[in-house]
Design a protein around this ligand. Structure first.
Ligand code: GAP
Length: 479
């Protein structure tokens, strides 16, 4: 596991400096593990979300999308098992009073061993942790922490409490008077909005199994260890799809969605060796099989997406708690049943971080006569926040007017940017730093022959093309 902390820090700084991601409410020193997307970050995030929606909903005739509320009836979370089971084993340091997730403490130790050139010991530690977690052996987990001499990063001591479970859901009150019965939760996953609407959508859409329901939206978790930028946030966004199938067919559909989702990741132009599957040893309370798609971030291989075979756990429990039938009548089998579900669940913010990590490049462009460098974000054009920058060479001689005409012609089709300040070289570099794949420069020759110079971000090569070809050239690369 190659970890490149410097690269990770450089990406975080770049995101702040160039308007991608800021700490939330920064003027008040920020809020831990909460971030805001700036002008380019929000465009990037939206483009990723749209690409996911297009691949999952538009391209699959048997998948539809919904947009359910964040607030749901509190019984939803009893039925889903989140009130009783959505917790992580935690341990507190008695001296600093700081609380840690047990698996994060042990994983950090495993990373440390790896960095010290002890990969076997690191592997053994992770395997022991997996076994103890799967067995809910809290005494064993505490021993493992102590035996590995893990200390608190604040107090520096190994003075630990026992390991205990803590629920990760945020709760709040609905209505003006606070009362136990009014306690509602901020949803920790978007999936339940799909389950409770399963019959509404199936009936009104006259959908036949197998079919899927997709949605994107915010989720909230009171993460204890949350210090990895947008990798682990307390408020984040998910893109989830629940695929409803006949009971007994879950193995095939699980394999199908594993393959499909990996194809989607590779379609982002990311090389296969940057990904791996990780099968879960300790299954979530709802799953009979589950795996993660992990990407090799600068902080090592980590989960971007989960694929879960959720059986009929959710629908069966909603049927039990709501006393409403959650069954589907299968015409072909002439039979009623509660469908089984395969879920694909990808974190939008983690995907943003993955795309940023993949795109970020520091290049030394020095020549014998001149020192030079640039930072370029090599986003796939379809994901880039801006597709085209339109730059008049000078602010006079009618060049801005021509540039404005190109801008007006292109802006209904894709996001463009117009700029006339500074030298053309400086403007190119600014566009490289936010990942704009194309820049066109309008110069004096444009007035004579109606051509412009188009510059390609990745190669920095330039060519002259007729103005009439600009729009189609960009459009071809973003469809
Ligand atoms: N409905 C299933 C579910 O929520 P999960 O594995 O807990 O499964 C799915 O979450 C995805 O959501 C993860 O693969 C990850 O990308 C994203 N995610 C989970 N917790 C997150 C957090 N605290 N910050 C950012 N993304 C998170």
């Amino acid at each position: 596991m190659a970890i490149d902390t410097n690269r990770f820090q450089a990406i975080i700084s770049h995101c702040k400096e160039y308007g991608f991601i800021f700490p939330s409410s920064e003027i008040y020193d920020g809020l831990a593990a909460v971030y805001d997307y700036g002008q380019w970050g929000s465009e990037l995030k939206k483009n990723i979300k749209d690409y996911w929606w297009k691949s999952m909903v538009q391209m699959n005739e048997n998948i539809v999308g919904i947009d359910a509320s964040i607030f749901m009836h509190p019984t939803t979370w009893k039925a889903s098992g989140h009130v009783d089971n959505f917790s992580d084993p935690m341990i507190d340091n008695k001296d600093s009073k700081k609380r840690y997730r047990v698996d994060h403490l042990l994983e950090a130790k495993a990373d440390e061993l790896e960095k010290e050139g002890k990969p076997e010991q690191s592997d053994i530690l992770l395997k022991e942790m997996d076994t103890l977690l799967a067995a809910n052996d809290f005494v064993g987990l505490k021993k493992l922490i102590e035996n590995n001499k893990i200390v608190c990063s604040v107090s520096g001591t190994g003075n630990w409490t026992d390991v205990r479970q803590f629920n990760l859901m945020f709760s709040t009150q609905m209505g003006s008077v606070s009362d136990e019965s009014d306690t509602i939760y901020l949803r920790p996953e978007t999936a339940q909005g799909i389950f409770v609407n399963f019959l509404n959508v199936q009936k009104t859409g006259r959908l036949k199994i197998p079919f899927g329901i997709a949605q994107t939206g915010k989720a909230f978790r009171n993460e204890i260890v949350a210090r990895q930028f947008i990798f682990r946030m307390r408020e984040f966004e998910q893109m989830e799809m629940q695929f409803f199938i006949r009971p007994g067919t879950q193995k095939e559909w699980y394999a199908y969605w594993k393959e499909e989702r990996m194809k989607w990741h590779l379609s982002l132009g990311i090389s296969p060796d940057k990904y791996r599957f990780h099968d879960h040893v300790k299954l979530a309370h709802y799953a009979d099989a589950a795996c993660d798609i992990e990407y090799n971030f600068p902080i090592g291989f980590k989960e971007v997406e989960g694929i879960h075979s959720r059986t009929d756990f959710d629908l069966r429990n909603h049927q039990e708690y709501s006393k409403k039938k959650m069954q589907y009548f299968d015409n072909e089998l002439n039979q009623n049943y509660i469908p089984y579900v395969i879920e694909t669940s990808i974190g939008l913010d983690r995907t943003v971080l993955m795309v940023l990590s993949e795109a970020y490049e520091e290049q030394d462009l020095s020549t014998a006569d001149k020192k030079d460098s640039r930072v370029v974000l090599k986003f796939p054009p379809k994901l880039a926040p801006l597709k085209l920058a339109i730059l008049p060479l000078v602010k006079k001689d009618g060049l801005p007017e021509i540039a404005r005409e190109i801008m007006n012609d292109c802006k209904p089709y894709f996001r463009c940017f117009y700029e006339e300040k500074d030298t053309i070289g400086k403007r190119y570099r600014r566009m490289d730093a936010i990942g704009t794949p194309y820049c066109v420069t309008v110069d004096h020759q444009t007035k004579e022959d109606q051509t412009v110079t188009i510059r390609y971000r990745d190669t920095m090569q330039q060519e002259r093309i007729p103005i009439t070809q600009v729009k189609s050239k960009v459009l071809e690369s973003i469809i």
